[in-house]
Ligand binder design. Sequence first.
Ligand code: FES
Length: 166
Amino acid sequence: MPDGGLETSSVTRDGFEPRIVAFFCNWCTYTAADLAGTSRMKYAPNARVIRVMCSGRVDPQFVLDAFARGADGVLIGGCHPGDCHYQEGNYKTLRRVHLLRRVLREMGIEEERLRLEWISASEGDRLRTAVNQFTEQLRTLGPLSVEAPAEALTETAPVAAEEVAA
Ligand code: FES
C-alpha cells in the first residue's frame, strides 16, 4: 500500500492472516491509499496494492490468477460511478465483478472473497474502513480452500476469464 498501512490488529488465534491482492485505480483509490498512509491512518497491512490506470483495466484473468496464486481475497477499488476518467470503465468493472462472482461460486470459492469499492482520492478514511472490513471478513472466512487443486484452477482460469470478458 502506498506509504504503508499501519497495523490495527494482531494475528488471529490460529495464526491466519489473509493475503489480499488489491487493484486500485490510479485516479482515485490509489491516491486515497496514499492519503491514508501520509495521514498516518491505521489499517490492516494485509493488502498488496497493484496500481492500474482504471478499474476497468482489471482483466478477469488478473483476479483469477490472484486466487490461483494464493490470494485469500481480491479487492478492486475504482472511481465512483460517473467519475471514471475513461467515462465508463467502472461500469465495465461492475458488470465483470457480477460475472466473476458467479464464476467463483462455480469454482467453489466464496464470492465474498472478491470485493469492489468505489473510493475517491479524498476518501482515505473510506479506504481504511474498506481494507479493515475486508481483512476481518477474510479472517472469518479463513484461508482460501478450493475444491479443485491450484493447478486445476490455473488451467480453468483462462477459460473462465474469457467468458467473463466476452
Ligand atoms: S479511472 Fe478510476 S475507475 Fe476508471
